[in-house]
Design a protein around this ligand. Structure first.
Ligand SMILES: C[S@@+](CC[C@H](N)C(=O)[O-])C[C@H]1O[C@@H](n2cnc3c(N)ncnc32)[C@H](O)[C@@H]1O
Length: 182
């Protein structure tokens, strides 16, 4: 959920929605951001929970998944909440993302889509293709690739630098939206 952007859009689009975040602060920020009137009638369910275990959702119940996990530990979203995957370095993070992918596959209806936004990271001057490694987690869970969308990462430290270079080659100034199909 983060600050609840996906839930806000779901409310505007009149879609029933279940939002999950491990951080209770995200729950309260999302609740605040959802306090607006609109002419839709969507049911909104907010859970303070772990995306690696969606046991409160039965198999094949969900029409669409939209998830935006941390990019390993480049931004830490809490100071020690158990299960917060933003506290894990790459390999541990990917182990948790495998569980997220398996749970996503389980709860989604057959033929429906799962969208995952994720970016790459750099360690000791070298690129770690976190996006493609997360993509592999979802493919191993049983999904197929429907689309790979590349999006400019607006709040990235290096974006402004690359924009000024006046060419079309941008290094880690983008993130991916993988659209998987069950
Ligand atoms: C990149 S942010 C999401 C931002 C969101 N798209 C928005 O618009 O605000 C990642 C979120 O994942 C949450 N998170 C970390 N580990 C989690 C887990 N195991 N289960 C569910 N949420 C988790 C963090 O608390 C954080 O709010």
């Amino acid at each position: 959920m983060g600050s609840g952007t996906t839930l806000v859009e779901a409310k505007l689009l009149n879609r029933h929605v279940v939002g999950v975040d491990i951080n209770p602060q995200s729950v309260s920020i999302s609740e605040t951001n959802l306090q607006f009137q609109c002419e839709t009638n969507s049911k909104i369910c907010i859970r303070n929970g772990n995306a690696t275990d969606l046991n409160f959702i039965k198999d094949s119940r969900i029409d669409f998944i939209c998830t935006h996990p941390p990019y390993a530990n480049i931004i830490k979203y809490s100071k020690g909440i158990e299960g917060d995957i933003s506290l894990f370095d790459v390999e541990e993070f990917l182990n948790e993302m495998k569980k997220v992918a398996n749970e996503s596959y389980r709860v989604l209806k057959k033929g429906k889509m799962c969208a995952v936004m994720i970016g790459d990271v750099r360690r000791n001057g070298k690129v770690i293709p976190l996006g493609f490694r997360v993509m592999e987690c979802f493919l191993q869970a049983g999904f197929t690739n429907k689309e790979i969308i590349i999006k400019e990462q607006h709040n990235c430290r290096s974006t402004a630098y690359w924009e000024k270079q006046n060419n079309n080659f941008l290094l880690i100034a983008h993130e991916y939206i993988f659209v998987f199909q069950k």
